[in-house]
Design a binder for this molecule. Sequence first.
Ligand code: PHE
Length: 455
Amino acid sequence: MKQSSTTFGSKFGLVAATVGSAVGLGNIWRFPAEVQANGGAAFLLVYILCICLLGIPVMMGEFALGRGGQGDPITVYRRLSPGKPWWITGLLGVLASFTILSFYMVVAGWTLEYLISSITGSLYEHVAGTADGSNAQFAQRMSEYVASPVRPVLFTIALILINAFVLIRGVQKGIEKMSNLLMPVLFVLLLIFCCVSLSLPGAAEGLNFFLNPDFSKINGRVFLDALGQAFFSLSLGMGTLITYSSYFPKDTRLGRTAVTVSMLDLLVAFMMGLVIFPAVMSFGLQGESFEGATLVFVTLPEVFAGMPLTRLWSILFFLLLLVAAVTSTVSLGEVAVACLHDHFNFSRTKAVLTVMAPLLVVSPLCSLSNGVLSHITIAGQTLFDFMDNFSTNILLPVGALLMCVYLGWFAPKGFLRRELTNDGTCRTFWSAASQILLRWVAPVLILLILVSRYL
Ligand code: PHE
């Protein structure tokens, strides 16, 4: 097991890379869908509570493990608790990240296809300049596209190659440089969309839905959905943040960084709400489903079709989506790459190729499972859905639960405090608070998420 000596080159780069991992499809399409399904602003409030109670402390825990243990998730547990089976928790994380990667690459490939067809204009070819009545066309296009056997597979492969390119260049020259460039682009694009959306006629109605809480809508289900969303959105529970934080310099203030990253992730989700709800209400499309891929690949193209400068908005939006997706897939890929690098002393290039090679088989299979291979099922689900549900609903919460139990009860004495206070050189409110939250609150809440799936 090597001692990692790689670090991020700057504080900005470190935050950009970590926010890049957190901000992804989870913020852009999952969050608005959850808000719509769970009563608007009431969900938003509960979500913020979940970020503070669960998200920030668990993120701090992951940061402490990564920076303190200096390695990939498996190495970290083996180094901190040698001879104990805790490394299995790390292994679970590596498995989860690979599983998520296999279907996330497919969706990332769709965004590239939609970006290109916005540039060429073919996405809007047969649609008149109005939102009315175009739904059926966009919906049909989407369902035909994801089920077709060639193009989605090619775009998935293209995404795998882009990821391989970034990962081979390494932590500073690949991941950090990409994040330094792309994260500001993402925020600028979002800001532009917020301005456009808020200036649409009828925007107030959308804002009202998003920002006026109706407390009667809050129930147990809303809490559980908000918890699950906080988890997925902050990239918790699968070792991504452990891996990234092993590249944090020794003087990084972990508490402060976790708060910054979580708040920026929340900000992106919030801004996405400011974009989606006014736009959708202003075009009278609120009755449509926000579920899954529909919102970004059907409803939004409808909105763009009804606006002047249709193609410009469409290009910018799918660019935004692609940026968000790529910075997340790179972070997922880095988990397994770091693992091979640490354990088997693989060179970076060899490690990246070893991770990407099986992905070149599994991801296309996931893509084909939406079409020609849809008759092959695992536990009654297509391969795509199985990978999604198994990782998000099982591997991820189980991994995070074990991590909290480890940090709260079994980690070396004083480990968390030492890491969060940088060996006692800085005082932090979070050190004491996270100890309690990780010991008592987070495990109970995560267990609830897990159990809720089976109720
Ligand atoms: N947080 C990412 C999103 O919001 C998804 C992700 C999960 C990325 C886990 C890395 C690790 O889309």
